[in-house]
Design a protein around this ligand. Structure first.
Ligand SMILES: NC(=O)c1ccc[n+]([C@@H]2O[C@H](COP(=O)([O-])OP(=O)(O)OC[C@H]3O[C@@H](n4cnc5c(N)ncnc54)[C@H](OP(=O)(O)O)[C@@H]3O)[C@@H](O)[C@H]2O)c1
Length: 343
């Protein structure tokens, strides 16, 4: 399958227009995820979305090593430059002294000598124990503090200077925070990763980010149907059961999942679906490589947005915060109670 590429405006680099997600949450073991990455590479994916907090970089690194050495049966050796590997800095490693070591640990676990992209996973240094209650609030949690974020960002810039990472970027950042970063950075973010699926399109923000020459990667592109119970609320909607998605799937003779991915491709962003099943891995890739949506289908899908954010981030809330909306600067301002303001 010929996987299309997008050009990263910041560098002219080519990034595969579909990536493979690797967040196994509670239900996919690290070894199962490694096996899924083998299937993905065999299917033709070359863009793998990793993160230290997913806890499986060592197992994925072993697969990448095997793939580059030509040790995977039925798959010739893959050159390093043909892979696009993304890593992410977890929230407990934002301190200036922690960024470099956390990055190097990921690099070592992944068995690589550079990453294609390194993202700040969340713009908050807020750490919570794995699998903690969704309503738990860590006493050390704090809101976004721009000066602190810039200290973290400057460490990422140094990784670019050192030739250890080709691009740096943001994840889960809002327009208000992005504007501050663009104002103060030396090296601009090349990529923003954010939740995007037909029921959560963030149209205005996506256009804004793209107008800044920043590539948009969309996570939970299928609406994360198997996410854990703790990440579900009764008002959540199901993209793949939307009548318009189902009707367009029927017209294309494909699964509704494929329609979600075709919508992402037509929308100009890069989806990073996860699957553990060979059939789905292959059909997801095919969805962005062949049989695109018509203009009319794309426009119909644009109208089914429900503003349904699935990954709300409640566990990152600080003591005085109201609800999860406080993480997303919905009125364009960044909430920061006085006690957190740096004198
Ligand atoms: N930056 C961030 O903060 C952030 C946050 C969340 C996620 N992510 C990234 O985004 C990736 C994708 O998000 P996600 O895994 O939550 O959600 P997703 O890709 O929307 O959905 C994945 C689920 O959909 C099922 N699926 C896949 N293909 C299918 C198909 N063709 N038909 C039917 N079901 C299908 C999979 O089950 P099967 O295994 O049964 O196929 C899997 O459980 C993550 O893995 C991670 O890499 C990033």
């Amino acid at each position: 399958m010929n996987v299309p590429f997008k050009t990263v405006p910041a560098t002219g680099a080519k990034i595969p227009a579909i990536g493979f997600g690797t967040f196994g949450s509670d239900h996919i073991s690290n070894d199962q995820m490694a096996q899924a990455v083998v299937l993905a590479l065999k299917a033709g994916y070359r863009h793998i979305d990793c993160a230290q907090v997913y806890g499986n970089e060592r197992q994925i690194g072993a697969v990448l090593g095997d793939a580059m050495a030509g040790r995977i049966e039925g798959l010739g050796p893959i050159a390093r430059e043909d892979l696009w590997i993304t890593g992410k800095l977890w929230n407990d490693k934002h301190a200036k002294v922690d960024v470099g070591p956390a990055f190097r640990e990921s690099l070592q676990d992944l068995g690589l000598d550079y990453l294609d992209l390194y993202l700040v996973h969340w713009p908050f240094p807020n750490y919570h124990p794995p699998k903690c209650d969704v309503d738990a609030r860590s006493p050390n949690a704090r809101p976004y503090i721009h000066e602190e974020f810039m200290e973290t960002w400057r460490e990422l810039e140094k990784l670019v200077d050192a030739g250890l990472v080709r691009h740096i970027g943001t994840s889960n950042i809002t327009r208000a925070k992005l504007d501050l970063l663009l104002r103060d950075c030396r090296i601009r973010p090349a990529v923003q990763e954010m939740e995007l699926h037909p029921h959560f399109q963030q149209q205005e923000f996506v256009r804004y980010v793209q107008d800044q020459d920043i590539v948009v990667i969309g996570y939970c592109p299928l609406g994360s149907p198997n996410r854990p119970e703790r990440d579900r609320v009764p008002t959540d909607t199901v993209d793949m059961e939307d009548p318009v998605v189902m009707e367009i799937a029927q017209a294309h003779g494909c699964h509704p999942a494929a329609v979600c991915l075709k919508w992402a491709a037509a929308n100009g962003h890069i989806p990073i679906p996860l699957s553990t099943k060979e059939r789905n891995i292959v059909s997801n890739l095919a969805a962005v490589c062949e049989d695109p949506l018509t203009d009319d289908e794309y426009l119909r899908l644009r109208k089914i947005d429900r503003n349904c954010r699935l990954i709300k981030g409640q566990v990152f809330l600080w003591e005085e915060a109201g609800g999860w909306e406080d993480l997303w600067d919905l009125d364009g301002t960044i909430p920061c109670p006085p006690r957190y303001v740096r004198k």
